[in-house]
Design a protein around this ligand. Structure first.
Ligand code: NPW
Ligand code: K
Length: 283
């Protein structure tokens, strides 16, 4: 089963974990996992060195994750720029790290990009995207820029998986500690693209009863041994018409970054109903 936790539960676990580690450690764990996934993506497309990366950095720690990860990529020779969506409230430590590594701040989305990192908003999101963020997101979505979302594609409702306006259409979402409902269910789920879960040590602190649990193929096969996914040609494969621009491919992860294999499983079986209806929920 894939289990997901709501924002309140993640925050509670985060607080408990934070009491056991020095300040800033969790953000560094998150940033290292994020930078590593971005570097893998860039390596597939010609290499990290000399690649052009844009960070969309919002007002909170989600922007901080993006800025620290950007600093790591700049350290590997990427040309990293940051568009600050709330310059007065940007994560100062992250911005300083980026500048030290040679990154720069821009005031508009650059024309040529190899990768954009969505650090607009994460667990702290409410309502639709703010106007400055919305304009940048519309432009990047329209251009088909490769996007890695930080924790959650910005603009989605994290707890319900609902949408209330334009959202980031990510190729990959690097999420921290645990899955969240918007990555698994609702209209938001396809916008996450491939989801990579980075272990930051949160799991022991999460409550045992997750907000929801969604079965994976092995669960279904265990419950119903005779069942097999329908063939690819089955009509009515509308569930599979995700908004991604290219097929999601499986990538290997390091041992400390557990990939979520479910999308790969589903993407190989077009026509099958996506079993979100089987999700068990906790109120
Ligand atoms: N959990 C963990 O263990 C760890 C969590 N970590 C990271 O922290 C992140 C949570 O950080 P956070 O709490 O600082 O909130 P965050 O999501 O950055 O947003 C805050 C700002 O966004 C704004 N805003 C709100 N809605 C908006 C919208 N729709 N569109 C645009 N802007 C919007 C709002 O300002 P407003 O516009 O309302 O004035 C607010 O000030 C989490 O997702 C993960 O990445 C890791 O670093 C370490 C481990
Ligand atoms: K985000």
């Amino acid at each position: 089963m894939r289990r997901a936790w709501r924002v309140g539960d993640v925050r509670a676990a985060e607080e408990a974990l934070m009491r056991t580690v020095p300040d800033g450690v969790l953000m560094q764990r998150a940033a290292v996992g994020l930078a590593r996934r971005c570097a893998l993506l860039l390596a597939e497309r010609g290499g990290v060195y000399g690649s052009r990366v844009l960070l969309l950095a919002g007002a909170g720690n989600n922007g901080g994750d993006a800025l620290y990860a950007g600093a790591l990529l700049a350290g590997r020779g990427a040309a990293v720029s940051a568009l600050l969506l709330a310059p007065q409230r940007v994560h100062q430590g992250g911005l300083a790290a980026l500048r030290r590594a040679g990154g720069r701040v821009v005031d508009a989305v650059p024309r040529d990009l190899d990768l954009a990192v969505d650090g607009i908003v994460g667990l702290g999101g409410s309502g639709g995207l703010r106007p400055s963020a919305e304009a940048a997101v519309r432009l990047l979505n329209a251009r088909g820029t490769t996007i890695v979302a930080v924790d959650i594609p910005s603009g989605v409702d994290v707890d319900t998986g609902g949408l209330s306006g334009p959202v980031v259409r990510a190729d990959v979402t690097v999420t921290f500690g645990c899955l969240k409902p918007a990555l698994v269910v609702g209209p938001a789920a396809p916008y996450a693209g491939e989801v990579e879960l980075v272990d930051i040590g949160l799991e022991p602190w999460l409550r045992a009863d997750a907000a929801l649990a969604v079965p994976e193929w092995p669960d279904i096969e265990r419950w119903w041994p005779a069942w097999r996914p329908p063939p690819r040609s089955t009509p009515g494969a509308s569930w599979a018409s995700r908004p991604a621009r290219r097929p999601i491919r499986a990538r290997l992860s390091s041992p400390w970054a557990a990939r979520w294999p479910a999308r790969r499983a589903w993407s190989g079986t077009r026509g099958a109903p996506r079993p979100t209806c089987c999700a068990t929920t906790r109120r």
